[in-house]
Design a protein around this ligand. Structure first.
Ligand code: COA
Length: 360
């Protein structure tokens, strides 16, 4: 169990602020798959963070006095004839969540707000960010405004009519029956990727439910690109190749870690992008992972095990159907509940891999 230290961020330390700015900019993408970060946005965010004044709140948490595993920024802003605290960001590293760090940071900010004599603290939370909404509610925050948004694609149109029967239909998670075309779709996207990533990858594999014959799935192709190593330099090369062929830029993500796993964090790191290639008509989720890392082996073993065990595949399908029945409009609940179900399947998959001398 890590020991946590709280301190004020070092605004003078460019490396520290860059680290925070880059992570901070990935948060909107958790809830908006079209949100893409570029270098300019990272630099702007750095400037914004470095502009924090002495009177603002900007704390970080270190694990074992080494790495930053959480940050919280609240700026003092005018509110009519008084001042309020505007919460600009709060983030906890995935491996350090559910340990009370967010709650502790919020309490420290409250103490600061009291010392500053602020009228109130306020924050914006994405409507799908159930964890943050629930934590805020537990800590006594209440909803006072609704932020309502109309995207540019809908300007000058009355889009209320088309959704009359199915509110938020676009955002609902939907499963479709197995489509025998999916392997062909994978072949098409993998060909495009192989052509633009010439020399940058080890293999390209079809993963996820669309790679398991007979299984219902979300209608999108999951692709795993296996590479030798990933770092910022590699990301630059990858993004250059991808964007030149009409793909989007990738972003850093941390995969779900099965309970009890204590392997180094590197094992669960990936680059990720989701989108529709301009010459293709279906959406693909692309996961770039390092050869031999646990997150690279996981989806391939998962796939091969379910291909060899149709009874388990059917049970997995049932889990997904029930998740959609109860949580079709809550992608976070869907994923948070699906992941441990996959981990359960993986317990047997690992035994099977040993018995059959399975290799990736
Ligand atoms: C939202 C976020 C900040 C919450 O961080 P966290 O570390 O999980 O928060 P906490 O541990 O303080 O509290 C979260 C939950 O863990 C529970 N918890 C706290 N201490 C715990 C412990 N020791 N053991 C088990 N559970 C614990 C809390 O009761 C709370 O329960 P709930 O999920 O039922 O509401 C984190 O998920 C995150 O960084 N998300 C991505 C960034 C983001 O969305 N930021 C907000 C933008 S507005």
């Amino acid at each position: 169990m890590a020991e946590y230290t709280f301190r004020r961020a070092s605004i003078e330390n460019d490396l520290e602020i860059k680290f925070i700015a880059e992570i901070d900019n990935t948060i909107p993408a958790l809830f908006d798959s079209d949100f893409v970060v570029n270098e300019q946005m990272n630099q702007d965010r750095m400037k914004f963070l470095k502009a924090c004044k002495e009177e603002d709140f900007f704390d970080v948490v270190l694990a074992d006095n080494k790495n930053i595993v959480a940050f919280h920024v609240v700026k003092k802003v005018p509110h009519f004839d008084r001042f309020a605290g505007r919460i600009d960001t709060l983030w906890i590293a995935p491996d350090h969540r559910k340990k009370g760090l967010a709650a502790a940071l919020k309490l420290r900010a409250e103490k600061w707000a009291q010392e500053q004599g602020l009228d109130h603290l306020h924050t914006w939370v994405h409507a799908d960010n159930r964890k943050m909404i629930s934590l805020n509610e537990k800590m006594g925050y209440r909803t006072v405004n609704y932020k309502m948004r109309k995207d540019k694609k809908d300007f000058l149109s009355d889009s209320s009519k088309k959704n009359d029967d199915q509110p938020n239909a676009q955002n609902l998670i939907q499963l479709v029956a197995y489509n025998p075309e999916w392997p062909n779709w994978f072949a098409q996207i993998s060909k495009k990727l192989a052509a633009c990533l010439d020399g940058l990858f080890v293999s390209i594999d079809h993963i996820g439910s669309t790679s398991i014959p007979g299984l219902a799935s979300k209608d999108r192709i999951d692709v795993q690109i296996t590479v030798q190593k990933i770092d910022e330099k590699f990301k630059e090369k990858l993004d250059k190749a991808l964007t030149s062929d009409g793909f989007k830029e990738s972003r850093w993500e941390q995969d779900h870690r099965p309970p009890g796993d204590e392997s180094p964090q590197e094992n669960w790191k990936k680059l990720y992008l989701s989108g529709i290639h301009p010459e293709l008509s279906f959406r693909a989720n692309i996961h770039v992972r390092v050869r031999g890392m646990k997150n690279q082996i996981y989806p391939i073993l998962f796939r091969d095990y379910l291909r060899a065990h149709p009874d388990s595949a059917l049970a997995y399908q049932r889990v997904k159907e029930e998740l959609v029945r109860f949580h079709a409009n809550d992608s976070i609940a869907y994923t948070e509940l699906k992941d441990p179900a996959c981990d359960l399947i993986m317990v047997n998959a690992h035994k099977w891999a040993k018995q059959t001398d399975w290799k990736t």
